[in-house]
Design a protein. Structure first.
Length: 222
């Protein structure tokens, strides 16, 4: 369904991206934001799934400034490698790369949403605060609290698992208190519960989060 494309950020940086389009006219645009594992098999599948739901979907390779062509799995070595690359990234540059994907889709006359997972869930929150998007969703984003001083300017929904060893529920409560307008859902699940390639995959929670997310985007993007 999809194809590899290239984006250009405002500072001239060129990055890869994976794009998938629906069969007919897109209902809106969707930027799919990767985990720390790159634009891997799972992220491409998510992008294809959004295209099947009617969105022109783009997954930018936001590791490209550090290392190109990253596509990792979910074993311990992959996690270590992904964390090492992420530690070398710059948040402002990452948002600039997301902005390039937003601009591409907006330039086609589409309303644009963002959806991100893990690290990308935090990036999706920042997109709602900094970029001209119409709606944003984040799954188990563990780096949101440091950015609570930046309020989302677009409607935002966040999903968390109550058994996530990396995101304390206290952090989720901090987000809720700081920005009561953000819609937050908590599931009986661990980190990565929406990814069918992770050990914490929880189908019932993944399905419920998907349904809530699709209704949210349908309301705000049309």
């Amino acid at each position: 369904m999809g194809k590899d494309i290239e984006l250009t950020a405002r500072d001239g940086h060129r990055l890869a991206a994976y794009r998938a389009d629906p069969a007919g006219r897109p209902r809106a645009g969707m930027v799919v934001i990767q985990e720390i594992f790159g634009v891997n098999h799972h992220i491409r599948n998510v992008t294809d799934r959004y295209a099947a739901a009617g969105y022109a979907a783009v997954a930018p390779a936001i590791f490209d400034r550090v290392e190109r062509g990253v596509s990792l799995g979910y074993e311990a070595a992959d996690i270590a490698a992904g964390r090492d690359i992420r530690a070398k990234t710059d948040w402002d540059a990452v948002v600039a790369d997301i902005a390039a994907a937003v601009a591409l889709l907006a330039g086609e006359g589409l309303k644009v949403g963002t959806v991100g997972f893990c690290w990308g869930g935090s990036v999706s929150y920042l997109a709602a605060a900094r970029l001209p998007v119409q709606a944003s969703v984040g799954y188990y984003g563990g780096q949101i609290v440091p950015f609570l001083g930046e309020a989302p300017k677009a409607p935002t929904m966040l999903h968390f698992g109550d058994r996530d060893g990396g995101i304390p529920l206290a952090d989720v409560l901090k987000i809720a208190r700081a920005h009561p307008g953000v819609e937050i859902h908590i599931y009986p699940a661990g980190h990565g519960f929406a990814c069918d390639e992770r050990k914490d995959f929880t189908p019932a929670c993944a399905d419920q989060a998907w349904e809530r997310t699709q209704a949210f985007f349908a309301h705000h993007l049309g």
